[in-house]
Design a protein around this ligand. Structure first.
Ligand code: 7PJ
Length: 382
């Protein structure tokens, strides 16, 4: 067995230790760039990022074995070792174009989608009552639209670690006026909830996307509520539930365990009548994960493209940023939020969920200008 704490090995090394019992196959695209051309280059999610190398991971009952190699060599190895079908299924899922919520399907140079966060939860500094909360949330949302948000994510229940749940009726009372006003202003709104009754009320009020941190497991009626609509659904991974999720979270392999969980939730959704092309996945940074789990998931994020769905990432102001730096408070974590967000985009994440829309737009514009090779390569490409 290759010790996978030592990083990827070679395909030859893999042959020596693979093949003991059934294994699940993953491919993690390496070296993603829009400047890669040539016969072996494959597009990520239809492009413009491409890759010609990957890490092949086989995980069986005894653990995982890994090798980094050129795509053609990986394909040949899989054919000779009984993994041809799994390899073809995973590579096709990674490469297939996909509809991304909040993005114009006709765009040929699609920028990543920015989802602006609107929390309609009581603020300890405010005693102005519900209308004041709603007015403030609406103004905040209109401001984010102006700054370039593509989606506004409205939530009425705090899911921060240790938070107490609120009743669905109270949640509906908080979010409905905000959703109505923002959709009337032309915004694409997602509803951040784990309650079926809130999903139904929000969709009826104009919300166009369901965002559920429990991946439709938080309420026995959620799968039905999503299935009876035709809205895109964001399935986020969470280990445990908000009140207890940060108590000693444990994984065999955080990225792969989260990937397997999301694959299971995609199948449950499809079985419940939610079409696969309506689903977006999210590894749930900060939800039942240590700092090491969060950073490993972000480092290896490209493995999630094998699920065949758009990838949404929420890192904005999360506590791992303070933990990696100087313990800054949430409002002082913009720099780390931008760094983690851009790292996710460079691995092909399609949607970023952020508090600071203007700053994210600016960072993204500069990042695209200095990392994109498209114009240059159009001139020299074979
Ligand atoms: C996320 C979310 C996230 C998705 C929250 C916070 C906590 N929904 N809702 N992904 N986080 N899809 O913003 O710190 O990461 S609430």
């Amino acid at each position: 067995m290759v010790d996978d704490t030592e990083g990827p090995g070679t395909l030859r090394g893999l042959s020596a230790c693979a093949g003991h019992g059934p294994a699940r196959l993953y491919l993690r695209p390496l070296g993603l760039s829009d400047g890669i051309w040539g016969p072996d280059a494959r597009p990520l999610a239809g492009g413009p990022l491409r890759f010609d190398r990957a890490e092949l991971i086989l995980r069986g009952p005894d653990g995982a074995v890994r090798a980094a190699a050129q795509l053609a060599d990986i394909e040949n190895w899989c054919r000779s070792n009984g993994h041809a079908d799994a390899h073809e299924a995973c590579l096709s899922a990674i490469c297939a174009p996909r509809a991304v919520p909040g993005r114009d399907p006709g765009a040929d140079d699609p920028p990543p989608v920015i989802m602006g966060i609107i929390n309609v939860t009581p603020d300890s500094f405010s005693d102005g009552g519900d209308f004041f909360e709603a007015r403030r949330a609406i103004d905040h949302g209109l401001g984010m639209l102006e700054q370039g948000a593509d989606i506004l994510d409205v939530g009425g229940e705090s899911t921060r670690p240790g938070a107490d749940p609120v009743s669905p009726d109270e949640e509906i009372g908080r979010v409905l006026p905000v959703i109505e006003a923002l959709t009337a202003a032309g915004a694409t709104v997602s509803i951040d909830t784990r309650h079926a009754s809130v999903m139904r009320a929000a969709l009826a009020a104009g919300a166009g996307i369901i965002n559920d941190v429990t991946a439709l497991t938080g309420d026995p009626d959620s799968l039905a509520a999503a299935a009876e609509s035709d809205a895109p659904v964001v399935l986020m991974h969470m280990r445990g539930e908000p009140r207890t999720m940060q108590t000693a979270p444990d994984y065999d392999d955080a990225p792969l365990d989260v990937c397997d969980h999301l694959a299971g939730r995609i199948e449950a959704c499809v079985a419940a009548g939610i079409a696969r092309d309506r689903i977006t996945v999210d590894p749930g940074i900060g939800f039942g994960k240590t700092v090491e789990h969060n950073t490993e998931i972000l480092r290896k994020l490209a493995v999630f493209h094998g699920l065949g769905c758009p990838l949404l990432i929420g890192v904005s102001r999360k506590s791992f940023i303070g933990a990696l730096s100087r313990g800054e408070r949430a409002k002082d974590r913009l720099g780390g939020s931008l760094a983690a967000g851009l790292a996710a985009l460079s691995q092909g994440a399609q949607i970023l969920r952020v508090h600071d829309v203007a700053e994210t737009r600016q960072a993204m514009a500069v990042w695209r200008a200095v990392t994109s090779h498209r114009l240059e390569n159009d001139a020299i490409r074979p």
